[in-house]
Design a protein around this ligand. Structure first.
Ligand SMILES: Nc1ncnc2c1ncn2[C@@H]1O[C@H](COP(=O)(O)OP(=O)(O)OP(=O)(O)O)[C@@H](O)[C@H]1O
Ligand SMILES: [Mg+2]
Length: 268
């Protein structure tokens, strides 16, 4: 099936930071992601939508390396990273939120960020290095905490933070790794009404960084409408539509397959 290109989105100028080519995975006879080819440009936020079981999370798993593809490639800044382990892909610049990062509950907020920065710099156990650049790390950690509005809580233990602040800290840890590509899979799922705006604000803040690329799987169409520069639609593992938000949302193919409306002429 050919992809419905709903505008000239794919042709606009800009550097491609992430690309998948014919990316495919089969589980037994079931093709969960089917030859998905898509290029994501630097400085854009792409929402990935589609019904439950469409293959969105599996597509993320193939990009971040939690799953190995049956066929196809993942390219990051033009480099084929398809054979790399998830951790190597993370070091190459793929940042998957709420998955790679786990908090150290018995360390303070600041120490958590400092450790993430340290792992990014791959200092390992070289004590002299750690000591000599300690001040530099703390300064950078303070900057990251400022960006996620956790400065006032920098000396609290991570375990003592309210849930919403823990999610902010997880974003801070991800930012400390300074990835090229941020991937969020239903970032507001399971959050309380107060916590949702906190996470959306963080994504808005990341969106202002023109050197970053954001992929967002999200079911809430109001969120998608506000944040996305582009929407791609997956359905039965296949890329079904791709284009600017309003055009994609309005398209009959999406209205029928995703929003569950009956095809024109079909009895309700
Ligand atoms: N490890 C696996 N083994 C077998 N089947 C799998 C595996 N992972 C995913 N699938 C199947 O692949 C299909 C796509 O699942 P996926 O979780 O990617 O959907 P999704 O679009 O993220 O759905 P949701 O919106 O509910 O999160 C489903 O049919 C699922 O059962
Ligand atoms: Mg999913």
């Amino acid at each position: 099936m050919s992809v419905q290109k709903l505008d000239a989105a794919g042709k606009k100028a800009g550097t491609v930071s992430l690309e998948t080519r014919d990316l495919t995975i089969r589980f037994g006879g079931h093709v969960a992601v089917n030859a998905v080819s898509c290029a994501f440009k630097t400085g854009t936020l792409t929402a990935i939508v589609g019904p439950n079981g469409a293959g969105k999370t599996t597509y993320f798993n193939l990009i971040s390396g939690q799953l190995n593809a049956s066929a196809g490639q993942v390219l990051l800044n033009g480099r084929d990273i398809s054979r790399l382990q998830a951790s190597a892909r993370m070091h190459a610049g793929l940042g998957r939120a709420f998955q790679l990062t786990s908090l150290f509950p018995r360390l303070t907020v600041l120490e958590n960020v400092r450790l993430a920065l340290q792992s990014k710099r791959q200092m390992g156990l070289d004590m002299w290095n750690i000591w000599s650049s300690h001040k530099d790390l703390i300064a950078r950690a303070e900057e990251v905490l400022e960006a996620v509005a956790l400065t006032a809580k920098r000396n609290m233990y991570a375990a003592a933070l309210p849930h919403g602040d823990q999610r902010k800290l997880e974003v801070a840890l991800l930012m400390a790794l300074d990835p090229t590509v941020y991937m969020f899979d239903e970032p507001t799922a399971g959050m309380s009404v107060d916590e949702v705006p906190v996470i959306l604000d963080l994504i808005r803040m990341l969106k202002t960084k023109t050197d970053k690329t954001i992929l967002l799987v999200e079911h809430k169409m109001d969120v998608v409408r506000e944040l996305a520069d582009r929407i791609i639609v997956l359905h039965n593992g296949t890329l079904m539509a791709d284009g600017e938000p309003e055009a994609v949302i309005a398209s009959p193919v999406v209205q029928q397959a995703y929003l569950g409306l009956a095809p024109v002429g079909e009895a309700a």
